[in-house]
Design a binder for this molecule. Sequence first.
Ligand code: AMP
Ligand code: ZN
Length: 473
Amino acid sequence: MNLVLYNTFTRKKEEFKPIRKDHVGLYTCGLTVYNYAHIGNLRTYIFEDVLKRVLIYDGYKVNHVMNITDIGHLTSDADTGEDKMVKEAKKEGKTVWEIADHYTKAFENDLEQLNIIPPDHHVKATAHIQQMIGLIKRLEKKGFTYVADGNVYFDISKFPEYGKLGRINVESLRAGARIEVDSAKKNPFDFVLWFTKSKFDDQEMKWDSPWGRGYPGWHVECSAISMYYLGETFDIHCGGIDHIPVHHTNEIAQSEAATGKKWVNYWLHAEFLIMNEEKMSKSKGGFLTLSKLVEMGYSPMVYRYFCLGAHYRQPLTFSDEAIETAKSAYNRLINIIIDIKKNRTVNKPNPEFVNKMKKLFSKKINNDLNMPEALAVIWQVLRTNEIGNLEKYDLILEFDRIFGLNLIKAEQVLEEEAQQNVDVQLVEQLIKEREDARKSKNWAKSDEIRDKLSDMGVEVRDSSEGTFWRMKS
Ligand code: AMP
Ligand code: ZN
């Protein structure tokens, strides 16, 4: 089955053809680690994970690189505004390094909870300053840069292709003058490659460079890191749609100006998660994190299921009602799978039907990652009478290589769900009281507590290593 992907660059669905047979170089822009990821960011990372799973399913060996933006970029993508990391460090009374470390760990934990396959290289921008300096030096040598007010700028007038990705018409935009003017810039669309004149007195992260002690502009990190790991031209680059007009536009300009080659063959962008008719963003505050969702009773897998329910190029609106619907559909799915597992009836084998379903599924996922329709296929399999439970179960596990919904652990999912609804502290306290009763051979009390726990849905197991408990299935 040929994989077809919508390429933002050409605004067309195209058949995917890798540069190297059976191999894919994939770069996805990482998080700016000055705060927790919000569930909008996580929608984009789930989409990228699905893309990767489809590539792997299709037999490709994927080399996936993602940066960690631990050098704060500014509150505006266009080199204006405050430094996000410095601002947060001040607020929390910590160093920027501590801020980056804390939020990187939290982000990696979110990815794990969402069953997102970790990138092969999840690397810090601060560990690649030399690669960034190298790239800027190349640009300087070729005459694409100028220094003004102590900062090194990329001169877009030297790169006639500028703005092609976002279909930006520089002339008409300039006429509209909607971009904040930096008097040092020759053109409002020029952007900083290296800052030596920090706009912030307390910028802690600085490195020596041929242009003086300072720090890199935000865009340069993705170009330098991706080329370092994937080569000067690679297959796929992803991000959210907000990155099309500035970040990815600038990444293309500086990369292709430096190498004189096409940088990326396929550009894929996820639409936004929307909340209360507004895009979810950190700067606006009041955003939802994965752990807040869990507190609200929605497991990471429920959120993953919720995201799979919409095509990645459609905006997705988050609401209490929508997530609740996803939760009940996901729980229904899990319950049916548990039933199927318990009763592995074998019908007369029906390999034609199994193959038909596999083909249909493959068609959906290879058609620009159509997850809503792929989910419909799994439901079709669950409801059919054409095959027995054994064949159904095998198909479910195969499809879950793409969905990543942990369907193999269906029972555990229910158990965890039930555990969320039990007062763990009270259970632990009762277990302790029961142990004390057993020690003093007060069997009546011990049995009474066991019954009480049983009424709460808790099963108690005594072993030589102590007493264990779990929710009854
Ligand atoms: P940032 O840390 O701002 O670079 O964002 C990390 C990733 O999340 C990028 O790929 C963004 O394009 C993406 N993103 C930001 N806001 C949203 C949103 N509301 N919905 C979906 N993706 C988003
Ligand atoms: Zn990037």
